[in-house]
Write a protein that binds this ligand. Structure first.
Ligand SMILES: [Zn+2]
Length: 702
């Protein structure tokens, strides 16, 4: 990016960040997630680092967030409430320790150990007690000046109005000397004490609150953090009370002579405050990392929002040496949990051709870290999704990646548009092979009409090798593309004629790898019929339908022993069926039936099926379904089956080998008539089909 583009972007980012900061910190009504806002701030910071001349004093990067609301009395903090620097990776944490070690003397280095705290995502508060009595509560504000919210905080049950006075024995056990204990008790009784902590709302309380608000027709609250902030920073203490805030102490500012920070937490508990039980002393950096990784996955156990951990240098005597740099101290570091949202820019959209020829748009993104990985692509599903999002090329977007799910674009930030964005149009020709694109009226998907399209072929090969199809270990996308590019594999049948020499000629293929792959392919030379059908990648045929088709083949084979129980027999059978017969199969609609029929009459599929026979692919055809006591019998169910239910009845019949049909014909063995049976019952009577009740069916099944 050149300087003039950067300038435009920086101005846009500042406006948008200021707008969201105001929504977030002042109105407590955010429009986007914290993670998305952080992401915008990170981009601004990075741009300002690259173009230092463009940094201005009023940039949102230049100050601690938050400002005191005019409606509250302002309170100057006795000691500034500092920010905490963020770390996003293990490496950031290690770099931090390296910096600490450089600042410490050899004897101090040996004292370096840590305390891991959950980073509560609530509102930071400073509480002042005089002569043991609660006299003032203040928000952080800008770090130097906060808002006096004493009246509101007095409604919180978790804030003691009078400090508990610890016994001498308790203080000695905490590690204080006799003299220090006496001094501590004297300060609590007659002096001034400052305790800091976080006000939060539990998930359970938040949910209950929103439910009550919704019932009362009131606007619901955006998230617990803003609900907490909003309830503290308004003028009616009764609202604060109804929101059931919790206060957890994490720091005692007053010096009692304690050696370790974790002891300050213990002292806070002795004074009558709640502390977080999850926090943990960590002798080594590795223990901090373990703590972080554990709670990354278990943060919901805490019961309220936590967005990371705070690594604290536990030994208090090291704090003055390490000191403060800029807006935050060196002895603290917030190691954030991987966020599930981030903002980035869509650079282009490419269209990928799937195994059925369907074209899927994919956004090409400026790489961005999200959920612990760097993401540079995101699925857009189909052209309708692009229209729904209003997405243009060049747009800044919020992307989300939850768990292992493919990242997706969830929102376009239209305020960040520069006017240079380009409309996305669907391709008229296949981006891979240049063939025409077909968009059938009833389908959202665009499709390449060329059956030999390169990408289509690759996807078809990948589908063949995939877990639920032929399940060939080690045949990943890279190897398949290599084999295809080398001309060794054009269709799935070619996998079965690969030789070791073929593989050894490929780049990066060692002896062992070649043997392993050939073994894996050999293991799958025999394949369950349903997996084989699914592996063919026939449009609209998922695993379930493949099972249905294989079931009908077993039935047909039992009726006519002439049908061979192998690949040839299967192909002969299915290509001899007419469309009407296929349509009568259970769970097979007209679209699926047509797709099956077309596939087995298509020249290129016939060629492939022949090749697979030549390759000596063996099919495992289960007969279990057809060998039961009801095999050869055909059932039609009609009306309501109140005891069994229709699905269970069908499953049991099939288990015993029965054939189930949707319509009554003279080949029907039994009509099962439930309550309110209609036209099928009449037809069965006309044709003289045997009619049984549900009770009789149950007897038959037992
Ligand atoms: Zn194509």
């Amino acid at each position: 990016m050149n300087e003039s583009d950067a300038k435009i972007r920086i101005i846009k980012l500042r406006e948008e960040i200021n707008r969201h900061n105001y929504l977030y910190h002042v109105l407590d009504a955010p429009e986007i997630s914290d993670a998305a806002l952080d992401s915008l701030k990170n981009e601004l910071e990075a741009l300002e680092r690259s173009f230092p001349a463009l940094v201005s004093a009023d940039s949102p990067t230049q100050r601690v967030n938050g400002q005191a609301l005019a409606k509250f009395e302002k309170v100057e903090h006795r000691r500034p409430m500092l920010s905490i620097y963020d770390a996003f990776s293990e490496q950031d944490l290690r770099d931090w320790q390296d910096r600490l070690l450089k600042l410490l003397s050899p004897s101090e280095r040996s004292q370096l150990c840590y305390f891991a705290e959950m980073k509560m995502d609530g509102l930071a508060m400073s509480l002042i007690y005089k002569q043991g009595l609660f006299v003032q509560a203040a928000t952080r504000g800008d770090g130097a000046v906060g808002e006096n919210v004493t009246g509101n905080l007095k409604t919180l049950d978790s804030i003691p109005l009078r400090l508990r006075l610890p016994t001498e024995a308790e203080l000695l056990q905490l590690g204080l000397t006799k003299a220090q204990s006496a001094n501590c008790r004297e300060l609590i009784t007659n002096g001034e004490i400052e305790v800091r902590g976080e006000a939060v709302i539990n998930h359970a309380d938040f949910a209950a609150l929103n439910e009550a608000y919704a019932k009362a027709g009131k606007a619901t609250l955006a998230n617990p953090r803003n609900a907490a902030a909003g309830s503290i920073r308004q003028l009616d203490p009764s609202i604060t009370r109804e929101r059931r805030l919790q206060f957890y102490a994490y720091d005692i500012i007053t010096d009692f002579g304690l050696e370790y920070h974790h002891q300050e937490h213990q002292l806070a508990a002795l004074l009558g405050f709640k502390i977080l039980k999850h926090n943990q002393v960590c002798p080594k950096l590795e223990d901090l990392i373990k703590f972080h990784h554990h709670y990354q996955d278990h943060k919901s156990e805490v019961g309220f929002d936590c967005d990371g951990m705070v690594a604290v240098v536990d030994r208090l005597s090291l704090w003055p040496t390490l000191g403060v740099i800029g807006k935050g101290p060196r002895y603290l570091l917030a190691y954030k949990f991987a966020a599930e949202q981030a903002t980035t820019v869509v650079r282009s959209v490419d269209w990928q051709v799937g195994r059925t020829g369907a074209l899927t748009p994919r956004a090409v993104l400026d790489p961005v870290a999200i959920g612990g990985v760097t993401v540079s692509h995101s699925t857009l599903h189909n052209y309708d999704e692009i229209k729904r999002l209003g997405l243009k090329i060049g747009d800044t977007v919020i992307i989300e990646r939850a768990g292992d799910v493919i990242p997706k674009v969830i929102e376009v930030l239209v305020n960040l548009r520069s006017g240079q964005e380009k409309t996305i149009t669907p391709p008229k020709h296949c981006p891979v092979c240049g063939s025409d694109i077909d968009q059938s009226a009833d389908e959202v998907a665009l499709r390449c009409v060329n059956k030999d399209c390169y990408a289509t072929n690759i996807r078809r090969l990948m589908h063949w090798a995939s877990k639920n199809a032929a399940d060939i270990d080690g045949l990943g996308p890279k190897i398949i593309e290599q084999l295809y590019a080398a001309g060794l594999v054009k269709d799935p049948a070619d996998f079965y004629s690969l030789s070791k020499n073929d593989l050894l000629e490929l780049e990066g293929f060692a002896d062992r790898a070649a043997d392993n792959l050939l073994e894996a392919i050999a293991r799958r030379r025999s394949l369950a019929l349903s997996k084989f059908i699914y592996a063919l990648g026939i449009r609209h045929i998922g695993e379930e339908t493949a099972i249905t088709i294989s079931h009908y083949f077993s039935l047909a084979q039992q009726k006519s022993k002439a049908t061979a129980l192998n690949l040839e027999g299967f192909v002969t059978w299915i290509s001899g069926l007419d469309l009407e017969t296929i349509q009568q199969w259970e769970d097979v609609g007209p679209i699926v039936a047509e797709s099956v029929y077309e596939y087995f009459h298509d020249q290129s599929s016939i060629k492939l099926l022949n090749k697979l026979q030549t390759a000596k692919l063996e099919l495992i055809i289960s007969q279990s379904k057809g060998s039961g006591k009801l095999s050869g019998l055909s059932f039609v169910l009609t009306g309501t089956l109140s005891a069994l239910g229709r699905d269970e009845a069908k499953a049991k019949l099939r288990e015993l080998g029965a054939d189930i049909s949707e319509s009554v014909s003279k080949n029907t063995s039994y009509l099962v008539a439930g309550e309110k049976a209609g036209s099928k019952l009449t037809k069965a009577k006309d044709l003289g089909v045997k009619i049984i009740t549900e009770d009789e069916l149950i007897k038959l099944l037992s």
